[in-house]
Write a protein that binds this ligand. Structure first.
Ligand code: HEC
Ligand code: HEC
Length: 191
């Protein structure tokens, strides 16, 4: 009887493993594919700093957010010509693997303007309810900590202009002027 229970349990477990494995994100495959991304997004250099990179920092970003954005570029709901071209070549599995790799990579430190960051800190509490108490992000809410300041300013301006669409962020960005954006960006990039 016990043997029967064991063999039922074992076949259930192996059926579960067999069916779940093909869908599990493959971090190593993601790391290999990230070779196509780091030319723009930066690789992790010495001392945990990203190399010079014109594109946003993806390291330690929320996996759900990364998947969402890659799909948004692919379908065109977020418009950016470069990223549309990149994302169009990615399958659902590629996207999951890349998200698993970048989200599990260590955080990096970015240079910031310290005095401007102090001004930003005083305004940042209105952002933390969604972006997390240390701006680490959560699910669809992106991590802002360690993000490039110039990229944060660009995105806030883009939400305000209605070019990048998201109801919550468009409403918030409408309340910010250029100086607020610069100060908030300096604060978050330095976290
Ligand atoms: C030729 C340069 C280039 C390459 C190569 C590239 N990207 Fe990008 N990526 C960008 C730029 C520029 C942006 C910012 C777009 C914007 O301003 O909306 C971006 C934005 C993104 C974002 C949104 C980040 C955020 O915080 O919202 C994700 C995710 C992303 N890229 C993933 C990737 C992945 C994965 C690859 C490799 C498969 C890749 N990118 C390759 C230039 C590039
Ligand atoms: C009510 C919730 C909410 C609040 C409050 C909020 N955000 Fe956001 N934010 C979001 C969501 C959701 C997104 C992702 C939008 C998308 O999917 O394109 C986002 C995206 C962003 C992005 C783009 C990040 C990237 O990697 O591209 C920036 C920058 C940003 N928020 C900054 C801020 C700042 C600064 C504040 C405070 C002034 C703030 N947010 C307050 C919900 C919020």
């Amino acid at each position: 009887m016990n043997t029967l229970k064991y063999s039922v349990a074992i076949s259930l477990i192996s059926a579960f493993l067999w069916t779940s494995t093909p869908f599990a994100a493959d971090k190593l495959a993601g790391e290999q594919q990230a070779a196509n991304c780091i030319g723009c997004h930066g690789s992790i250099g010495h001392g945990g700093h990203a190399d010079h990179n014109p594109a946003p920092n993806l390291y330690a970003q929320q996996p759900g957010y990364l998947i969402n954005q890659l799909n948004a570029f692919k379908t065109g709901t977020r418009s950016n010509a470069i990223m549309k071209a990149m994302a169009s070549n990615l399958s659902d599995d590629d996207i999951k693997n890349l998200a698993a790799y970048f989200s599990s990579a260590p955080t990096i430190k970015t240079e910031t303007n310290v005095s401007l960051a102090k001004v930003g800190q005083a305004k940042a509490s209105m952002c933390l309810g969604c972006h997390g108490p240390t701006a680490e992000g959560n699910g669809q809410f992106p991590r802002l900590a360690g993000q490039r300041a110039d990229y944060i300013v660009n995105q806030l301006a883009s939400f305000k202009a209605g070019v990048r669409k998201n109801g919550q962020m468009q409403a918030i960005a409408n309340t910010l002027n250029e100086e607020d954006m610069q100060a908030l960006a300096a604060y978050f990039s330095g976290l």
